[in-house]
Design a binder for this molecule. Structure first.
Ligand code: 2HG
Ligand code: ZN
Length: 460
């Protein structure tokens, strides 16, 4: 322990796990963006709320920046430590603290994986409904810090809807108990909601009380091939009016080609421009309604082909076509965008932006997929072999600028569910007004007067 500040921290907290091995610094200093060179001062793995508070107090005394760290599956650089920060990993704090059957709440430490939260809810015969592909690696504290969305938002909403209470260590080390599990609480500003989605810039979530709900009813999964974006909108309206949707996701034929190369099984013959994976509440009436909607969509020319899963294994295989996309694109080290629009604004936006990108960047393979039923599209630009890393990033930043300008005109947001982090901070102004950003900075100043919590994330 060569750094005097670290030696002091270690002396103050003799049970604190502190890592300084180069391999650990690299592992904990980066997230899934893989764009910045990790260079943290050290990694602290506290085992208690008191230790988290003591670390934050020490950081204030010694002016050390702190990067709160969950599963680091983020795609916006929100958990990157590239400037000598102390990474504060919550991963050792992963216990269930309590379950209340009357309140239907589960209280957990922030370091539980989303998958472990699902399991803990299931053991009580209930459901924590937020879900997405990174469930096995991401931590619930990070889900809260980013207001994570995922594949069930159309049915259950974002993480925000499921947080009944938060315990947070603020930037000055103060412990905050926010909302304490209440359903109704009309006593002033809802700081809990302010913390949710604040990307570790206002406080460190150490514990959370999560609302649980009834297990999802049995469901059916269908894959549809769709000829155009306009048709896709019609299919969405049709299915939503006739079925109780649990998910409505889309991907392009280009995305499908990548998952197939990655080992997934083709479920519909031929090449189609767009595909939908939808899941809806099952039952005989639903089965009939789904087939009737499907037939109607075929007659109208909105659907070209489709298949309905006949078993859980088939349902999983259809879902793999959608959930496997990110992994299948990873070897191409893509540049990611994650945008949000009103659903009705999607076709106009897509037409405009696809034409623009086709004109300006014909050499880029751009893969579109996402949560179309929530107006959330993921846009992955694949790295061409013949472009240097710096040229690729520079061109992609220009792509993001074009996206941001187009989104601004269509009333959208530059981040739907991945956050702003380092990657999108230059474009925050396309989604938020100047006065709004000034207020956000003011809030940051109040919670974290010395600006030590996740500095540089969200704004410079
Ligand atoms: C998803 O919806 C994730 O699969 C990842 O949000 C999106 O890889 C991406 O761009
Ligand atoms: Zn997503």
């Amino acid at each position: 322990m060569t750094d005097a500040r670290l030696a002091e921290l270690a002396a103050r907290l003799p049970n604190l796990r502190l890592l300084t091995d180069p391999a650990d610094l690299e592992h904990y200093g980066r997230d899934w963006t893989r764009r910045w060179t990790p260079a943290p001062l050290a990694i602290a793995l506290p085992g208690s709320v008191e230790e988290v508070q003591a670390i934050v107090r020490w950081a204030n005394e010694r002016n050390v920046a702190v990067v709160p760290s969950g599963g680091r599956t983020g795609l916006s650089g929100g958990a990157v430590a590239a400037n000598g920060e102390l990474v504060l990993s919550l991963e050792r704090m992963k216990s269930v603290l309590g379950f209340d059957a009357v309140d239907r709440t589960l209280t957990v430490q922030a370091g539980m994986t989303l998958h472990a939260v699902h399991e803990a809810a299931r053991e009580q015969g209930l459901l924590y409904p937020v879900d997405f592909a990174a469930r096995g690696s991401c931590l619930i504290g990070g889900n809260i810090a980013t207001n994570a969305g995922g594949i069930r938002v159309i049915r259950y909403g974002n993480t925000r809807e499921w947080i009944a209470g938060l315990t947070v260590v603020a930037g000055n080390g103060e412990l905050l108990q926010l909302n304490r599990g209440l359903i109704k609480n009309s006593s002033g500003y809802d700081l809990r909601q302010l913390l949710i989605g604040s990307e570790g810039t206002l406080g460190i979530v150490v514990e959370a009380t999560l609302r649980l709900t009834d297990p999802a009813p049995p469901s059916q999964v269908m894959l549809l091939a769709v000829p155009s974006m306009a048709a896709l909108m019609e299919v969405f309206a049709l299915f939503r009016s006739r079925l109780t949707l649990q998910a409505f996701e889309f991907f392009t034929g280009a995305a499908l080609r990548h998952v197939l190369v990655h080992g997934a099984q083709r479920a519909i013959d031929g090449d189609h421009p767009y595909y939908v994976v939808t899941e809806f509440d099952a039952g005989e009436a639903a089965q009939d309604a789904a087939l009737a909607a499907f037939e109607y969509g075929l007659d109208q020319g909105w659907i070209s082909d489709g298949v309905i899963a006949q078993s859980e294994a088939q349902a999983a295989a259809l879902w793999r076509l959608r959930e496997g996309i990110t992994e299948s694109l990873a070897p191409h080290r893509p540049y990611k965008n994650d945008i949000s629009l009103r659903i009705s604004a999607l076709p106009g936006f897509l037409q405009e932006i696809q034409a623009l990108l086709g004109r300006e960047y014909p050499h880029f393979e751009v893969v579109w997929f996402g949560h179309i039923g929530d107006g959330n599209l993921h846009i992955n630009v694949l790295r061409p072999d013949d472009l240097s890393d710096s040229d690729f990033i520079a061109q992609c930043e220009h792509v993001t600028k074009l996206l941001a300008e187009t989104l601004q005109r269509h009333g959208g947001s530059i981040s739907a569910e991945h956050g702003i982090g380092l990657v999108k901070r230059a474009y925050l102004g396309s989604t938020r007004g100047e006065a709004e950003i000034a207020l956000m900075r003011g809030v940051k100043q109040v919670f974290d007067p010395k600006g030590l919590l996740n500095p540089g994330k969200l704004f410079a």
